[in-house]
Design a protein around this ligand. Structure first.
Ligand code: SF4
Length: 339
């Protein structure tokens, strides 16, 4: 009987690449396999490919060298060429049904989290009377959710979301809008600032966000950083207020959101504006500058809603997320992220 049990495939640095039993059985019957790993793990790709090759009957195992920013953005042309695509380091993007030949597998950060970091965080939470929290983790730290939750509970901090609703993506924080009124703060377990910033923006800066970084063994109060980013976002919103001609960027695969595109289109027309839609896989500053012209007043990105915030906030015209555009266009009555 094949179960969903996870097996260790290989180790690269401090990370363990795992495989579900189910995927192992798919590997055995696949003739052509493609492996995909996130950007930071690219140097591990040959090791992973070798480990998979050892489990096949002499099948072809190729590495996808293209950028891999998330499970939302797969090149469907390439995916179609393979019997099995093993995508490591991201769970399935919850807002999209990917092709059936794609399997999503974990990359787990192995070292345990230093308890002193949590003790300091708990002291800080208690001093500030923050007793109820939402606890989110990223894929590499899914294994820490249980330990951290237990530790917080033991020290009188209530975690309101359960494990099934704890995995964060840069634009998806399960139940954050529903539960935000019943919590005092958010704790995000992740390296870097990308996910904690997204959580703070999703809350419109209204609740404190703490980042617990298992790589650096630190915790950081991100609240001020979130506020600074939101100030910039409100500046962009103000500038877009008089826009009549809009460029709507639409993506592909899981970043193609017809409902969001349609909502933005309708809102622009209702306000007497005009729009053009441009499709692209990866939107960069250079791609946008190439397409831009003096008739375009404002741009809204419906593919990855983090691009306007993280990559394009220096662009010389306002580049908005869908939520921001719908706010400017009068469809939302307050700031909303992502749509
Ligand atoms: S933030 Fe962008 S890259 Fe990340 S899951 Fe959302 S759409 Fe995909």
């Amino acid at each position: 009987m094949i179960t969903d049990r996870k097996l260790r495939l290989t180790i690269c640095g401090n990370h363990i690449f795992t495989l579900r039993e189910n995927t192992l059985s798919r590997i055995r019957s696949a003739k052509k396999i493609l492996i995909q790993v996130p950007e930071g793990f690219k140097p591990c790709a040959t090791r992973v490919a070798e480990a998979i090759l050892a489990k096949t009957n002499d099948s072809e195992v190729d590495i996808d060298a293209s950028s891999n920013f998330g499970s939302c953005l797969l090149d469907l042309e390439i995916v179609r060429e393979y019997d099995l695509v093993i995508h490591f380091g991201h769970d399935r993007y919850p807002l999209w049904e990917p092709p059936e030949n794609v399997a999503f597998e974990d990359v787990v950060y192995e070292p345990e989290l230093n308890k002193e970091v949590l003790e300091e965080l708990i002291r800080d939470l208690k001093e500030r009377k923050l007793r109820r929290v939402l606890l989110y983790v990223t894929q590499q730290h899914k294994n820490l959710y249980g330990t951290i939750r237990k530790f917080l509970l033991m020290h009188g901090i209530t975690v309101v979301n359960d494990k099934r609703k704890s995995l964060a993506f840069g634009c998806v924080y399960p139940d954050i809008a529903v539960l935000s009124n019943s919590v005092d703060a958010v704790i995000m377990v992740s390296g870097g600032s990308f996910h904690s910033l997204g959580a703070g923006i999703s809350l419109g800066g209204l609740k404190p966000v703490f980042k617990v970084d298992p790589y650096r063994c630190t915790y950081v109060d991100m609240t001020e950083t979130v506020r600074k980013v939101l100030k910039v976002r409100f500046g962009k919103i103000f500038l877009a207020n008089k826009a009549s001609n809009w460029l709507i960027i639409a993506g592909i695969a899981g970043q193609y959101r017809p409902d969001v595109v349609s909502a933005v289109k309708q809102a622009i027309v209702a306000k007497g504006g005009k729009y053009f839609i441009a499709r692209c896989m990866y939107l960069t500053n250079a791609t946008l500058a190439n397409l831009d012209n003096p008739h375009i007043d404002s741009i809204v990105v419906t593919s990855c809603p983090r691009l306007p915030i993280d990559d394009l906030s220096d662009y010389h015209k306002p580049v908005l997320t869908p939520g921001e555009a719908l706010y400017v266009l009068g469809k939302h009555h307050s700031y909303r992220f992502p749509w």
